[in-house]
Design a protein around this ligand. Structure first.
Ligand code: KIV
Ligand code: ZN
Length: 522
């Protein structure tokens, strides 16, 4: 057993399957760039057959991102494997196809209606087909943790003989507990000679339905697994996947227990990555979340503070700087010029065109007039506003609110139609509502001829101080198959709400080819 753990990041595939987390191409690309800076080993960039948008994202990431292996997911079906093979082609030798097929009794009998022999035959056929595109093929027996161990070992041997080099054992429904899962991995390690010889690698992919995803992954590496599939902030289907930052920091911090296991992640990029993923996915990180939550290193009790001052290790098992906390630069002000803003954007890791910088600089000036300091987080929020701007159909021109404890909240909103039929018309409407936000949203609905149901609304201060930029994230149901996320930032929270809602409306209107085909989701 070698000591290096391969970190396989599936934020852009399993993470993106989280309801309301879908990202556009620009957002995925920014996340992929940051994952490369984080130095993950593998980026699972998407499920190419699902939609043209997914294909495009995997293809673009394979073309643009240097460093990590780029993987595309496929069912054991020729058209899926062909799509994945085409999508990862620009990555050349760094391309991987990840093929999956369910193996558990419950899936065989009720979902697939196929006997064991047929499952083995299909798995082998799928892996061979994938090998016609690339040498690097991963196979996942879906619901692996609930599959009979002897059948699982048989599947592993058969697909390895067919050319699979990584065998992923998913705990698809988050059913496993650490001791049992570790024992399963050990059983497979001991039963399959190719795992012992290093010809094939055992991977684990744990879901968090019982809150055990990281614990299960760690039990598995102790038992012989050498690849961990995880997501930034633990986002993913249902309760999410094993959190990358927790897995990596457990291995690093408890190197004594994990007997020298290592991984290549640049941990100082963790906080930055977490924030970017939170922004791009619209999924807020809870304050007490390990490693990346705002409170992860905040000590409020006097006894703890006293201990920390005397010796940090009394109450702190990790150095916050090791995961990237406390790396803030001097804030910009309204006097900062465009070049300074461009340099800071580059430093933050964003790859911006001149047009992007110009648009961000215009918003920076508006905000700089209203608040004294513009922090890195403020700037990142503006970047996000720029890159989430899906093809805009409507843009906001003017907003006025009348509200108070003795007044019926009233909003007047002016929008400009920037594309499609009647492009360039200006619409203005006023509406009353249950509160100022409700009044604004009603006015927007009327002018854009949409009828969104607000399923989730969150507001957070991007940076410190009373004049902090407020960032609003909404999830809206327009009666389509999926929820649309919208984000907006401003020093005025009503304006931020209007921008976020209009961002969701624009995503909905531009959605034409981005329908989720739910029957293909694993
Ligand atoms: O959870 C799961 O089983 C998956 C597979 C596609 C690996 O996501
Ligand atoms: Zn999964």
């Amino acid at each position: 057993m070698k000591n290096r753990i391969v970190i396989f990041d599936t934020t852009l595939r399993d993470g993106e399957q989280c309801p309301g987390a879908s990202m556009n191409l620009r957002e995925k690309l920014e996340v992929a760039r940051q994952l490369a800076r984080l130095k993950v080993d593998v980026i699972e960039a998407g499920f190419p057959v699902i939609s043209d948008g997914d294909f495009e994202a995997v293809h673009t990431i394979a073309k643009e991102i240097k460093g990590p292996v780029i993987a595309g997911l496929a069912r054991c079906v020729a058209k899926d494997i062909d799509a994945a093979g085409q999508a990862i082609k620009p990555a050349g030798k760094r391309g991987r196809i990840h093929v999956f097929l369910a193996t558990s009794k419950i899936h065989r009998e009720f979902k697939l209606g196929k006997p064991q022999d047929e499952i083995v035959r299909l798995a082998v056929e799928g892996v061979k087909h994938a090998r016609s595109y690339v040498d690097n093929v991963e196979f996942s027996p879906e619901d692996g943790s609930r599959t009979e161990p002897d059948f699982l070992a048989r599947v592993c041997k058969a697909v390895i003989a067919a050319g699979a080099t990584t065998l992923n054992i998913p705990d698809t429904v988050g059913w496993a507990v650490p001791e049992e899962y570790g024992a399963l991995i050990k059983y497979l390690y001991d039963s399959v000679p190719e795992f012992q010889s290093g010809k094939a690698v055992i991977s684990v992919h744990c879901h968090n339905d019982l809150g055990l995803a990281v614990a299960n992954s760690l039990a598995a590496v102790r038992a012989g697994a050498r690849q961990v599939e995880c997501t930034v902030n633990g986002i993913g289907e249902r309760a999410g996947n094993a959190a990358l930052e927790e897995t990596v920091m457990a291995i690093k911090t408890r190197a004594d227990f994990f007997e020298g296991l290592t991984c290549g992640v640049n941990t100082r990029e963790i906080v930055k990555t977490s924030r970017l993923v939170s922004r791009m996915s619209g999924l807020i990180v809870q304050r007490s979340k390990a490693i990346v939550g705002e409170n992860a290193f905040a000590h409020s009790s006097g006894i703890h503070q006293d201990g920390i001052l005397k010796k940090r290790e009394t109450y702190e098992i990790m150095d916050p700087q090791d995961v990237g906390w406390g790396q803030t630069e001097l804030p910009l002000t309204k006097h900062s010029g465009r070049a300074a803003v461009a340099v800071r954007l580059k430093h933050l890791g964003f790859k911006m065109t001149d047009a992007d910088v110009a648009a961000i600089f215009a918003r920076f000036k508006e905000i700089g007039d209203k608040k004294k300091f513009v922090y890195d987080d403020d700037l990142s929020a503006l970047v996000e506003g720029q890159i989430t701007e899906v093809i805009e159909t409507w843009s906001i021109e003017y907003l006025s609110i009348s509200s108070g404890n003795q007044t019926v909240p009233t909003a007047t909103v002016r929008l400009r139609k920037v594309r499609g039929k009647d492009a360039d018309i200006v619409a203005q409407d006023a509406s009353i509502g249950d509160g100022p936000v409700d009044a604004v949203l009603k006015a927007i609905d009327r002018m854009t001829d949409t009828c969104g149901k607000l399923m989730d609304y969150s507001l957070r201060a991007v940076s410190q101080g009373k004049d902090a930029l407020g960032e609003v994230t909404v999830k809206v149901d327009f009666g389509d198959a999926k929820l649309f996320t919208g984000k907006g930032a401003s020093t005025d929270v009503i304006e931020a709400s209007a921008r976020a809602y209009l961002n969701a409306v624009n995503r909905f209107l531009a959605n034409g080819n981005a329908q989720v085909k739910s029957e293909t989701q694993p």
